[in-house]
Design a protein around this ligand. Structure first.
Ligand code: NDP
Length: 253
């Protein structure tokens, strides 16, 4: 089988898996963070778990770009920079900024995340660096690129702000949970997840690619059930939880 065929098969496998993951995670919240619990096998330090899970994304996309034929293509370079702007932080800074003491993560969650990001980094990296259509400078003025980059930036800002609010809820060494306030927390419990979904939807639009669409779908399949679970958890644990707050989409759900 040639690489183009394999690439297509993996892309369609990701697209097909997204709805299954969505249903599974509605029933069983992914066992990390507040849902880390016995019964999912051995655990490792959660900071190492995050680095293990996320590192393949920036390393693969950067490596494939460097090894591919498009280093001189400005649009491809911009895509790689967008990707790295998110993933260098997520893989190598975010894990060390998390507060809450020396927590554990299940190996199962870390290895599933690792496998997902290996496939996802490969698909998006190869699309940009070699297998997708080579975009000329005219793509920079295409409405799909412009709208996609605006969405990406908006999602990025929402995600980073929401994660920062959570970070500031705990003093160093503190482990409990509090009600977050500020920004989109006024209307929803999980603006970090909304931002992430918007961000990768923007990526899918800007790259106009099936791997981008698969990633956006997978992100939503992963994070929408987690937002619903967090929302239920907040309501169950805080009697004064703001009643007007929704889980993921203001005024809707
Ligand atoms: P969570 O919101 O569950 O937790 C983020 C951090 O904030 C953790 O350190 C958590 O502590 C802490 N925290 C959360 N809520 C509170 C609270 N009420 N009070 C005090 N501390 C709190 O996010 P995730 O860990 O699921 O995700 C982290 C980031 O990774 C997000 O930006 C998310 O969008 C992204 N992500 C992206 C995915 C994708 O598919 N693209 C998949 C998964 C995550 P603790 O760990 O102790 O609960």
């Amino acid at each position: 089988m040639n690489e183009a065929r394999l690439f297509e098969l993996i892309t369609w496998a990701y697209l097909a898996l997204a709805p299954l993951v969505f249903v599974l995670l509605l029933v069983v919240p992914a066992p990390y963070g507040r849902y880390t619990r016995a019964g999912f096998g051995p655990t490792l330090d959660r900071r190492l778990g995050w680095v293990l899970m996320e590192a393949p994304s920036p390393l693969l996309v950067l490596g494939l770009f460097v090894l591919g034929d498009r280093q001189g293509n400005l649009v491809a370079l911009l895509f790689v920079l967008l990707w790295l702007s998110h993933y260098l932080h997520r893989a190598f800074l975010f894990p060390f900024q998390m507060r809450g003491g020396a927590r554990q993560m299940t190996w199962a969650a870390a290895l599933l995340g690792f496998a997902f990001n290996c496939g996802n980094g490969y698909l998006n990296g190869r699309f940009v660096a070699q297998l997708g259509p080579e975009r000329g400078l005219a793509w920079l003025a295409d409405p799909r690129f412009v709208a996609g980059v605006v969405l990406f930036a908006l999602g990025y800002a929402i995600n980073r702000h929401a994660d920062l609010v959570l970070h500031r809820l705990r003093a160093p060494g503190e482990t409990g949970y509090k009600i977050p306030h500020g920004g989109l927390y006024r209307w929803i419990s999980c603006p970090n997840y909304l931002g992430e979904i918007v961000e990768w939807s923007g990526w899918a639009l800007a790259t106009w690619s099936l791997p981008g669409l698969a990633f956006a779908a997978f992100t939503a399949a992963n994070l929408a059930p987690r937002a619903l679970a967090h929302h239920r958890w907040y309501r169950a644990h805080f009697a004064d939880y703001p009643p007007e707050r929704r889980a993921l989409i203001p005024f809707v759900v």
